[in-house]
Ligand binder design. Structure first.
Ligand SMILES: Nc1ncnc2c1ncn2[C@@H]1O[C@H](COP(=O)(O)OP(=O)(O)OP(=O)(O)O)[C@@H](O)[C@H]1O
Ligand SMILES: [Mg+2]
Length: 283
């Protein structure tokens, strides 16, 4: 009996959040590193389905770096990184596109559709969803077809939402000349959240949030981020998340969360409980 009452308590705790978030827009980035384990993939899709059923407008952006590396190796190519960016020659771009759009994206939408979510897979190239320009590495080196987002076709996303579809975006972009670009998925998620003025931007990754001086912190203010990068506390894969988070918040996104995608139902815990888990980034 106690156990049943406890379940009711949990549902009641979620009530104000459900009321608040009905009709809200959440942009969720699903990290490649969180996507590898089948069990957690299932928990994640269940969480997305639940959010969808309580009326949250979801836009999902996924990564897939590990899947790309695997395929490159199978084809006898060695992945090369320059200043944290994948060196993307024409052949690599083809492989990136095949893996992200053809495999990773389709796997996610099939799974979402199985859970009753009307998921629709998109590459950033579809309908000029993600317009991009060629990026230079920090040290000015040419890194091939790696892009920065220049604009997001929010009209397409709104149209899909009005028709009841949940867009699932593979992080590629296109320029006015029709060149395709490989773009960091964190940056795509940040740009989409910014363009939609989303209520929340959530990064699901493979660690419990942002660690500062060896400890995971509950809250980080946008003005503290530059200092943590300078001191080297934030580096590598956490850089595009925190930098995009800062830009998104400055453009009106209410809150950004960085949580562990390889924890059972971490998304629901963060969104529907008072304690929350992971790190939140606020103004
Ligand atoms: N301050 C920090 N706190 C926590 N993790 C950090 C920090 N600075 C850097 N990192 C690194 O960032 C990693 C997460 O980024 P990573 O790019 O590896 O994953 P992802 O973005 O979720 O996946 P993908 O890039 O495939 O989409 C962590 O595993 C950790 O090694
Ligand atoms: Mg990453």
């Amino acid at each position: 009996m106690d156990e049943i009452i406890e379940k009711a308590r949990i549902l009641v705790e979620a009530l104000p959040y459900i009321r608040n978030f009905n009709g809200a827009t959440f942009v969720i980035k699903y990290g490649g590193s969180a996507m590898t384990d089948g069990k957690y993939k299932e928990f994640f899709i269940e969480d997305i389905a639940l959010l969808n059923y309580v009326g949250v407008k979801i836009v999902l952006v996924h990564g897939g770096g590990e899947n790309i590396n695997e395929m490159l190796k199978k084809l006898g190519k060695t992945p090369v990184f320059v200043d944290g960016h994948r060196m993307t020659d024409e052949e690599t771009l083809d492989i990136v596109e095949m893996v992200l759009v053809g495999k990773v994206n389709k796997e996610i939408i099939k799974n979402m559709n199985l859970h009753g979510v009307n998921a629709i897979g998109l590459s950033g190239e579809d309908g000029n969803l993600i317009m991009a320009k060629r990026k230079k590495s920090q040290k000015g080196k040419d890194i091939g077809f790696v892009g920065d987002v220049t604009s997001v076709n929010t009209k397409l996303l709104r149209t899909l939402d009005e028709q009841g579809y949940v867009p699932v975006i593979a992080p590629l972009g296109v320029d006015e000349l029709g060149n395709g670009y490989n773009i960091n998925a964190d940056m795509v998620a940040g740009a989409v959240a910014k363009a939609l003025k989303a209520d929340k931007l959530v990064y699901l990754t493979d660690t419990d949030g942002v660690k500062i001086k060896g400890k995971y912190v509950h809250t980080i203010k946008t003005r503290e981020i530059a200092g943590h990068i300078k001191s080297g506390e934030i580096f590598g894969g956490m850089l595009p998340k925190t930098l995009s988070a800062k830009a998104a918040i400055e453009a009106g996104v209410k809150k950004v969360h960085i949580i562990n995608g390889i924890k059972e139902h971490s998304l629901l815990l963060e969104i529907f409980t008072n304690e929350g888990i992971g790190t939140e980034i606020v103004k």
